[in-house]
Design a protein around this ligand. Structure first.
Ligand SMILES: Nc1ncnc2c1ncn2[C@@H]1O[C@H](COP(=O)(O)OP(=O)(O)O)[C@@H](O)[C@H]1O
Ligand SMILES: [Mg+2]
Length: 370
């Protein structure tokens, strides 16, 4: 049976995604002879919300500035909506940027700040009122229109910065750590609001953050960056469940970490000797390979079944966090076993020994330098 709604609006999944609305290819950059970015390729679809996630100094802002035209790449190309904009000046790109420090004009009012973007693009003074009012309504700042910026809180200033960026109806919105100056609760509210607003309006946006939870929460896809390179570019669940390197495993979420050496392999299954016993994983590394095993903490539980990976470890810490209880088991030196149980769990205490286990299928394994 065909229902009117489903007939007129097929699910988004049925539409093939063309990931070349923004196409950054072969981009490189050096500062005073030091290469900070090499052969960078980055593509996204129209309407996508993508996060660049990585530690401080990995090149997130550099990539954003090159896309915005605020900085020239040494080589490579930037194509937006089929148009090569590599050498186009920033003000001709129709790309809006929201900076970490908001970069608002403190002596102007909220409405004047939002109108500034339009005026800079040649909109006549008399024609700014309507789009400014719409942009302020979007960020729920209508009643603050005539206030000076200095009279606003950090969260309100951030809303104005977003309104100023959106009022010009940009082809691409770039946000560089926009919420990093806000406290945790306000940041979470802003994340939910921003995501809904961008989704509703179908805006294509790149969101820079060094906060993995923020990236997982706001994005359709996440590019994890490390030292000027993209380590993995995937949707949040793939990134979390199947990180493709120890760097991504450690940067996105917490994990058990156990180093060891492959002692046998058979039909896609390896046995790894670690300081706290033999463990198994699905992989094909030859005998003698040095590996790092990992597993996400919520996949680890006490009293494992005999066919599971199992270790017995002293507990260094038991953290009762309300919604979850985290057991921190010690393996040796840098190695650890983390177990996260839902809710408040009694019966575990610091210093006791616990037997913890997890499925072989859930075991992540990476080759490392021996
Ligand atoms: N204008 C500049 N002059 C010299 N080095 C720079 C400049 N901008 C960035 N860098 C260097 O480039 C690297 C990447 O910086 P950046 O893109 O700001 O990283 P992120 O935004 O991820 O923290 C860092 O090593 C940084 O020190
Ligand atoms: Mg930065």
């Amino acid at each position: 049976m065909t229902n009117v709604l489903t007939a007129t609006k097929p699910p988004a999944m049925q539409t093939p995604i063309e990931r070349n609305y923004l196409d950054v290819s072969g981009v490189g950059k050096a500062f005073r002879g030091v290469r900070v970015m090499d052969a960078m390729n980055f593509r996204m679809a129209k309407g996508e919300l993508v996060s660049l996630l990585g530690p401080s100094g990995c090149g997130k802002t550099t990539l954003l500035r090159i896309i915005a035209g605020l900085m020239a790449a040494d080589e490579g190309a930037v194509v937006l909506g089929g148009r090569n904009i590599t050498t186009l000046p920033a003000h001709k790109r129709n790309i809006s940027v929201v900076f970490q420090n908001y970069a608002l004009f403190p002596h102007l009012t909220v409405a004047e700040n939002v109108a500034f973007g339009l005026r800079a693009r040649g909109t006549a003074k008399g024609d700014t009122a309507k789009p400014v009012a719409e942009a302020l309504a979007l960020v729920r700042m209508t009643e603050f229109a005539d206030r000076p910026i200095a009279a606003l809180s950090g969260g309100q200033q951030q809303r104005v910065a977003v309104a100023r960026a959106l009022v010009v109806d940009p082809d691409l919105l770039l946000l560089d750590e926009p919420f990093s100056a806000l406290d945790r609760k306000l940041r979470e509210t802003m994340q939910v609001e921003l995501k809904a607003m961008l989704r509703d309006r179908g805006i294509t946006a790149i969101f820079v953050t060094h906060d993995q939870e923020e990236a997982l929460g706001v994005s359709d896809r996440i590019a994890v960056m490390n030292a000027g390179r993209i380590e993995q570019f995937a949707d949040p669940s793939t990134l979390y469940a199947r990180p493709n390197s120890p760097f991504v495993m450690d940067f996105v979420g917490l994990s058990t970490r156990l180093h060891g050496t492959v002692t046998s392999h058979d039909a896609g299954m390896i046995t790894v000797k670690t300081a706290i016993g033999d463990l198994h994983a699905r992989a094909n590394f030859p005998v003698g390979t040095a590996v790092l095993l990992g597993v996400r903490p919520e996949l680890v539980a006490p009293d494992p079944d005999p066919q599971m990976n199992s270790v017995t470890v002293p507990l260094r810490d038991v953290m009762v966090l309300g919604s979850k209880t985290v057991l921190h088991g010690v393996a040796n030196d840098a190695d650890r076993v983390l177990c996260e149980l839902p809710g408040i769990r009694s019966g575990f205490s610091h210093g006791q020994t616990a037997t913890l286990g997890w499925s072989i299928e859930d075991t992540l394994v990476y080759e490392v330098a021996g």
